[in-house]
Ligand binder design. Structure first.
Ligand code: FAD
Length: 443
């Protein structure tokens, strides 16, 4: 999607700017790697190629092909694990080649490996001594960071620029967050609020996804804080799975699963996935995607997602449950595709892993725990400020009806300037009814 592409381009501009400060620069090459690399090996007389190990199946196929081409051209290849805290292959090997299927099991395996490696020092001019980037004028036109249009995106489709991309922005965000030591140490994920108008979690996910922030830097910065306040907080603060360290272990958990489980991003052929006869209902899917389900809490979340590209974890819970086992009985694979397009942090392993979880297809099997599209948001936002922000058409409804505007008497709807069924949709399903039906199907 356009918002995620803009984040990527921000990140590339930032990287280029930081390299230029050291007398180097970023050269962006375009095209199919199998065609581009041989051309560059030849043109640049390349002797060494380094890149980060990737765990996604399509990336692994690409990287294997490039490594083979490099070998054919006599180019040395160095691959380093740095996108995850631990080497996924090493952890899988410890567990007989299988992905651990519970968080506890992963924790046990990681204990035997010790703490994650520390990040290597940041690049400085000294590291670059003896290196020369032969920048020619033609490089500006041939290897510049592309524009949104060049990536096939309409610049009019991007939303407000709330979360700029790039290492500089990522480190600044991390620094600001790490100053709030009490917040860091008492962070309990289930107590953060999906309806908060200012994010109640870190929003470092897009930076982690695009590699603007190293997960190891994040881990060790947290560790410093936990160590520093042991005298204040018993044992250094909250613990996994609810602490911030705990969040990074969830990330690790789903990376292990993505690396070790075949067909992880689909139902068919995925050995851990419940095989469900989901309905095919393009109208309902469209209404969910566009925030037109008639349930204001669900529609607000989908509007925030579409315009801003980031939504709180529990908001993701609410809309994922609604689409799948809760209300619409539509396949989680459809939801995954929408998130893939609209999230700034869309990440193959984390997206699939969490959709499997929320749809009750794997990892989580308490199918009778269904989020109410009415009561869940009310828990933290009785007055509906979140709905009023993202669905201004409903902003003048009294708090009593803001989560269920269809229940408001006609006079109240008229006073609010919004007739349900005309200006805002009627609910597309009756939650109480479909919830019971779906639970029966899940059972
Ligand atoms: P924080 O609470 O500040 O956590 C810090 C970091 O820990 C996050 O940036 C993230 O890297 C990691 N983390 C936190 N929760 C999870 C989790 N449940 N699973 C894996 N890693 C986690 N996250 C993505 O990064 N990309 C996705 O594509 C994605 N898809 C999701 C789909 C669904 C249906 C659901 C329910 C969750 C999904 N998540 C995804 C997980 C989670 O919602 C986000 O990582 C989190 O909300 C990002 O906000 P934050 O950086 O403020 O998180």
């Amino acid at each position: 999607g356009a918002n995620a592409r803009r984040f990527l381009l921000d990140s590339l501009w930032d990287l280029d700017g930081n390299l230029r400060k050291m007398g180097s620069r970023l050269l962006v090459a375009w095209g199919c790697p199998q065609e581009v690399f041989p051309r560059l090996f030849h043109a640049w007389r390349t002797t060494r190629l380094t890149f980060e190990v990737d765990t996604e199946p399509s990336a692994r196929r690409r990287d294997a092909a490039v490594a083979e081409l490099a070998a054919q051209h006599g180019v040395e290849v160095i691959q380093e694990v740095s996108h995850t805290l631990y080497d996924t292959q090493r952890v899988l090997a410890l567990n007989d080649g299988k992905a651990p299927l519970t968080y506890k099991h992963l924790q046990k395996l990681l204990v035997s490996l010790g703490p994650p490696e520390k990040p290597v020092p940041a690049l400085t001019q000294e590291h670059l001594q003896g290196c020369h980037t032969l920048c020619q004028l033609s490089h500006d036109t041939n290897y510049d960071v592309p524009t949104l249009e060049e990536l096939g995106q309409d610049p009019n489709e991007v939303g407000p620029h709330l979360y700029p991309g790039g290492e500089t922005a990522a480190l600044a965000r991390l620094d600001t967050l790490m100053e709030k030591t009490t917040w860091v140490c008492s962070f309990k994920k289930p107590e953060t609020e999906p309806t908060s108008l200012i994010p109640s979690t870190t929003v470092l996910s897009p930076h982690l996804k695009f590699g603007c922030l190293s997960v190891r830097t994040f881990w060790w910065r947290l560790d410093e804080i936990y160590q520093g306040v042991r005298w204040l907080f018993w044992g250094g603060g909250e613990k996994p799975p609810v602490s911030l360290h705990g969040q990074l272990l969830w990330r690790e958990f789903f990376y292990m699963a993505g690396a070790g489980i075949p067909n992880f991003d689909r139902m068919v052929g995925n050995p851990i996935c419940l095989q469900v006869n989901w309905d095919d209902n393009p109208q309902h899917l469209h209404a969910w995607r566009e925030g037109r389900t008639g349930y204001p809490f669900i529609d607000s979340i989908m509007t925030q997602l579409r315009t801003e590209g980031w939504i709180h974890h529990l908001a993701r819970h609410a809309v994922a449950c609604f689409l799948t086992r809760g209300d619409l009985w539509i396949s989680w694979e459809e939801g995954l595709k929408v998130f893939e397009e609209l999230l700034l942090d869309a990440d193959w392993s984390l997206n699939a892993g969490n959709w499997l979880w929320l749809s009750g297809s794997a990892f989580f099997h308490r199918y009778f725990h269904v989020y109410s599209p009415v009561a869940f948001g009310k828990k933290t936002d009785q007055d509906g400020a979140y709905i009023r922000k993202y669905l201004p058409i409903l902003k003048d409804f009294p708090a009593e009806y803001i989560y269920e505007p269809w229940k408001a008497p006609r006079a109240v709807q008229e006073r609010a300037g919004c007739l349900v069924g005309t200006h805002y949709p009627q609910p597309i399903v009756e939650h109480g009814v479909v919830r019971e039906r779906n639970m029966g199907r899940m059972k």
